[in-house]
Design a protein. Sequence first.
Length: 186
Amino acid sequence: MTTVAAVKGKMGNYEYFQCTMKTKDVITRTQTAVNFFTEETWEEMGETGRVQRVPNLKRVMDEIAPYLVKSKKRFFNSIVVLLDEKKCQFQSLENFPVNVPGQGAQVVSSLFLPEYKSKSQNIGFLTIEDTGHMLILDGQHRMLALKAVVEDQDKLRKIFEKNGENYDDFKNHEVLNDDISIVFLN
């Protein structure tokens, strides 16, 4: 099980959860479409039926991963991940139980100022059953770049050398400590 703090939202018919996850959690729990589906299914879907294109690994290794390593002023948009609503549970602060010394059991929202109480139903914790990888709907190149920074330092070292740079000059990049913005879409 994975539990993350979440803000619940709804757009049209879709419910979604805005969260953050550490880099390691993102790369171990998500997968690109081409790797998520079997090769047969991928081919069967054809160009128009696929939810993603085949990742451009050259762009990942030559542009995005070096940007993450070299820039402490890095930032990118949320990665959008498909979430199976049968394998997750959202518990809002509106109903989240706490023990208040001298007052017993209460829900967190009862402790808020009145103007915050109505918002507490959309803030809480999302628990996701770990059943393998989740499909990335948007952001597969960003995830692969994070993965390259963590797992492919030798390849990155060669790319840096080719560009006349020393990878070790940037070894304190702290990409593993980054909070990656994730939108889980039901």
